[in-house]
Design a protein around this ligand. Structure first.
Ligand SMILES: [Zn+2]
Length: 223
């Protein structure tokens, strides 16, 4: 092979790589466009006087919730979504638990989807794994929950055997009236998962997974 044909091959290769790169970036971008201008409310569970679940070494659920909620906000805003946050600081929305829940529901009722971020806890330390809940009467909530659960397995929690679960009593799911989910990102009562949930890298992976599930949801035809 002479020098000029080597060069030709080299240029062809360069063009091929360039095209492939543009193609794959565009595919990812096009998918993510589904959330553009969508009004999404992210609810970092608990806050202020209400720490949520707490463990012996001082991890408070409300802090982990807020970290993950903010990361999710970042991903969604980068894709052009119109994001509302129920809180951006360590504060409750009212002076009582009841009042606080009512405020969250109010905010959740005026959007395209409502995503509430929580951490779980259980008396037995062996129990672990993220799980997404939806209101059992909501087809759209179910669809969103299943897509987010799938992405969590893919991006963050590979041996998670849980499935999105219907619920009929969680106040926030029942009352918002919008497609709503509660993402229980994991169990603070499981030592290994506790460590992961406090790790910024893992928090990013969970947030990214929830983000991708929401992107998938808006890419699906309506139920
Ligand atoms: Zn909680």
């Amino acid at each position: 092979m002479n020098k000029s044909s080597i060069l030709t091959y080299f240029y062809i290769l360069l063009i091929f790589i360039g095209t492939a790169k543009v193609y794959f970036t565009q595919t990812a971008d096009t998918a993510a466009m589904s959330v553009q201008k969508k009004h999404i409310v992210i609810d970092a569970g608990h806050g202020g006087f209400d720490p949520g679940k707490a463990d012996d070494d001082g991890t408070e659920e409300k802090k982990v919730n807020l970290e993950i909620a903010k990361l999710l906000q970042g991903y969604l805003e980068q894709s052009g979504a119109d994001v509302g946050m129920t809180r951006i600081e360590d504060e409750a929305l009212a002076h009582t638990k009841n009042g606080d829940m009512k405020e969250r529901v109010k905010l959740g009722g005026k959007c395209d989807v409502f995503v509430s971020i929580h951490q779980n806890s259980y008396p037995s330390p062996n129990v672990h794994g993220a799980q997404v809940f939806y209101y059992k009467e909501s087809e759209e909530g179910k669809k969103l929950a299943e897509l987010v659960q799938k992405r969590i397995k893919e991006y963050a929690d590979a041996d998670n055997a849980r499935e999105a679960k219907p619920n009929s009593s969680y106040y926030i799911l029942k009352k918002t009236g919008t497609p709503s989910i509660i993402v229980e990102c994991g169990f603070l009562s499981n030592p290994e998962e506790n460590k992961k949930l406090n790790d910024p890298d893992y928090q990013k992976r969970i947030a990214r997974a929830v983000y991708m599930g929401i992107v998938d949801y808006f890419n699906e035809p309506e139920a």
